[in-house]
Design a protein around this ligand. Structure first.
Ligand SMILES: Nc1ncnc2c1ncn2[C@@H]1O[C@H](COP(=O)(O)OP(=O)(O)O)[C@@H](O)[C@H]1O
Ligand SMILES: [Mg+2]
Length: 457
């Protein structure tokens, strides 16, 4: 995004400069040419003025002082100067003989006729295109000679080109400056925005203590950071208040519940075989169920607590240990627990989460497993996830019930005596808190296949 911004800005600067510089270059080219031509014309007239006196009187060569001036001028300007008398014979001209006839040069003929002229022509002497300026040397009304300045035509083009090149160097420098300032500008805007994005993701991931830096970036970003911080502080406050409430409430509920159970137990001993014994026993069961519900709700509220960060655990070790724990109950119900898994398999889970997941699933399976059946616990490694399967040979569930079973407090048509309807919602919540997932499906044997996917470290 930062790179794109820089590119767009550089592109815009380039376009603007191009739109401005291309016509400017064309204009400059003609202006520069005119300037050079005018300068040569002016020089020719000045020279004509200087040689006038030398030509009119003696009709001979100009004095050596003047010749020195002309030679220096030739060197400085990279031009050639020829001076003729009124007959067109050379009076001064390097590379020519003094007295050489110049009347075969059209520009000299024109100048001797009193017409200053400029132009380009092929030079047979030099073999290149020649640029010339020829002017008459006037003394009063009479023409006493001519001055011609020539230069290789391409040298004028070279000078114009070097001007244009300088213009384009400026263009390149301007683009470089634009690129650097665009990069700095976008960096100063996108950096704080990227940090703010990271803070937002952290908050969404459950870290309510995260705060954005309110001192960096342009004012708009700073005010956004302030709003973000206000929001996350408020959120943190609300959540911690709610958690404190859940903790206190469950604690407050536990005490009267324990008292209630004690009274019911004492009532049971008082009745002991008398009428109402069954009702009291049922009341004690309900009290126990209520207790488990409160524990379950408390557990759910703690799993909601995003501070519970996943850790790496050996799921195979957990399964082995829990299978051993459930073994006595299973054999009492004549159910065989079969475990299929590698010796070790690392997964991500919230602390204690893997144990609770296995316990809840095995608990459900044992509730429905008929005597003589097999309860299979299997660990599969698929792609980058590990799937825990707990498969029973019980009555199974319809596909709709398989999904409903995860609703809080939902219990099927044959609810287990010790259930609270919270087991599977806790399983799903624990799985998702570590980036995993949970669902029920029908197994080939007709029972339920409970599947929990765990992420690998
Ligand atoms: N393996 C299973 N076979 C058949 N029904 C099941 C199985 N596991 C769960 N269920 C149904 O889903 C309901 C919800 O399960 P759960 O959330 O663990 O609550 P609880 O076990 O406390 O009733 C259970 O009451 C039961 O009807
Ligand atoms: Mg259960």
């Amino acid at each position: 995004m930062r790179f794109r911004f820089t590119l767009v800005l550089v592109g815009v600067v380039f376009l603007v400069l191009l739109v401005q510089d291309v016509p400017l270059a064309a204009h400059l080219q003609s202006v520069e040419r005119d300037r050079l031509v005018t300068k040569l014309e002016r020089d020719a007239f000045i020279l004509a003025g200087r040689v006038e006196e030398a030509l009119e009187g003696t009709n001979g060569a100009p004095d050596p002082g003047l010749l020195g001036v002309i030679e220096r001028y030739e060197d400085a300007e990279q031009v050639n100067v020829v001076v003729t008398d009124a007959t067109g014979a050379a009076v001064f001209g390097p590379g020519f003989d003094i007295g050489e006839d110049f009347t075969n040069r059209p520009e000299i003929v024109e100048a001797l006729a009193g017409r200053p002229n400029t132009g380009e022509r092929d030079s047979s002497t030099l073999g290149t295109e020649l640029f010339f300026v020829a002017v008459p040397v006037l003394s009063g009304d009479s023409i006493v000679g001519a001055v011609r300045i020539t230069t290789v035509a391409s040298s004028i083009d070279d000078q114009v080109r070097s001007r244009i090149i300088r213009l384009f160097i400026v263009l390149v420098i301007a683009i470089a400056i634009a690129a650097v300032s665009a990069a700095v500008l976008s960096w100063s805007v996108t950096r704080p925005l990227q940090r703010l994005t990271a803070s937002t993701s952290a908050l969404a991931g459950g870290d309510l203590s995260v705060r954005a830096d309110e001192r960096v970036g342009p004012p708009e970003v700073r005010s956004l950071s302030r709003s973000f911080n206000d929001m996350s502080s408020r959120l943190e406050q609300l959540v911690s208040r709610q958690r404190a409430f859940a903790g206190t409430a469950s604690h407050q509920l536990r005490t009267p519940l324990t008292a209630l159970r004690l009274r019911l137990e004492s009532l049971a001993t008082q009745i002991d075989g008398g009428p109402g014994e069954a009702d009291v026993a049922a009341a004690i069961d309900e009290t126990d169920r209520l207790g488990r519900m409160i524990e379950g709700l408390l557990l759910l509220s703690r799993v909601d607590d995003a501070a519970v960060a996943p850790v790496t655990v050996d799921l195979a070790a957990v399964v082995a240990e829990r299978a051993e724990y459930w073994e006595p109950l299973a054999s009492e119900r004549e159910v065989r627990i079969a475990v299929e898994m590698p010796a070790s398999l690392l997964v991500r889970a919230v602390p204690g989460g893997a144990e609770q997941i296995v316990d809840n699933l095995v608990d459900n399976a044992l509730d429905v497993a008929p005597a003589g059946s097999v309860l299979t616990i299997r660990l599969d490694l698929a792609d980058d996830a590990v799937a825990l399967h707990v498969i029973d040979q019980g009555p199974g569930l319809t596909p709709e019930e398989c999904e409903r079973a995860f609703e809080r407090f939902w219990r099927g048509s044959t609810p287990s005596p010790g259930g609270s309807g919270l087991g599977l919602s806790i399983v799903r919540q624990l799985a998702e808190a570590a980036g995993g997932a949970a669902h029920l499906q029908l197994s080939d044997s007709g029972g339920v296949d409970a599947v929990v996917a765990f992420r690998q470290p």
